[in-house]
Design a protein around this ligand. Structure first.
Ligand code: G3P
Length: 217
């Protein structure tokens, strides 16, 4: 399973990348707003830090304008993945851009049928939003399960990128179902390592070790 981080915060991206944990980055207009940076400048910087795909989202809603924005975004770096809305215009752009050899991420997916359309349009990634479905009392993981089955039924190569991940349990469930990628906020990604018995066990080992009076290096 690939780990992407869902942020445009350079400090967090550098830290996670240095740990060797990052396979890519996803951004969206809200995350760009939060960064306080210019979209082109911050995306270029992210692309220079991380080797894997960096999703950058168009903000146009009509095909012609989406294609104009995609042309600008695609020139930022070789590892850019163009993020497109799950609308008819977005799907049309997806088909055109993937045919031209660009990586694409179709976002704001809330149903299995939408995911089926994205795969038909040749999307590199489909981004089903788990947390936002949970927010309205649906089970976001049911959607991941349905998409996994549909893609496997037909051998679609579009990768399932579980998005709007809010908890460590979301990551585990997405992994159990077989999502190809999770995009996770930095704090949740770091929280995956936490277990009280690990902390307690380490404390005990260190206390016993100091009693031996030995050093290793
Ligand atoms: O990048 C899109 C997605 O991950 C948004 O998450 O928490 O705003 O629903 P959230």
């Amino acid at each position: 399973m690939k780990f992407f981080v869902d942020t445009a915060d350079i400090k967090d991206i550098k830290e996670l990348n240095d740990l060797g944990l990052l396979d890519g980055v996803t951004t969206n207009p809200s995350l760009i707003l939060k960064s306080g940076r210019n979209i082109i400048e911050v995306t270029k910087e992210i692309c220079s830090i991380v080797e894997g795909p960096v999703s950058s989202e168009v903000t146009a809603t009509e095909y012609e304008q989406i294609m104009k924005e995609a042309a600008v975004i695609s020139k930022i770096a070789d590892n850019i993945c163009i993020k497109l809305p799950l609308t008819l215009d977005g799907l049309k752009a997806c088909k055109a851009l993937t045919s031209e050899g660009h990586k694409t991420n179709v976002t704001l997916c809330f149903s299995a049928n939408q995911a089926l359309l994205a795969a038909k349009a040749g999307a590199t990634f489909i981004s089903p939003f788990v947390g936002r479905l949970d927010d309205i009392a649906f089970d976001g993981m049911d959607l991941i399960r349905e998409i996994r089955q549909i893609y496997d039924n037909y051998g679609f190569e579009t990768e399932i990128l579980a998005a709007s991940i809010r908890t460590v349990n979301h990551v585990k469930e997405a992994a159990l179902i077989g999502a190809d990628v999770v995009t996770v906020p930095p704090a949740t990604l770091k929280a995956l390592v936490k277990h009280p018995l690990t902390d307690k066990g380490l404390e005990q080992f260190l206390a016993d070790w100091s009693k031996t009076g030995q050093t290793i290096a």
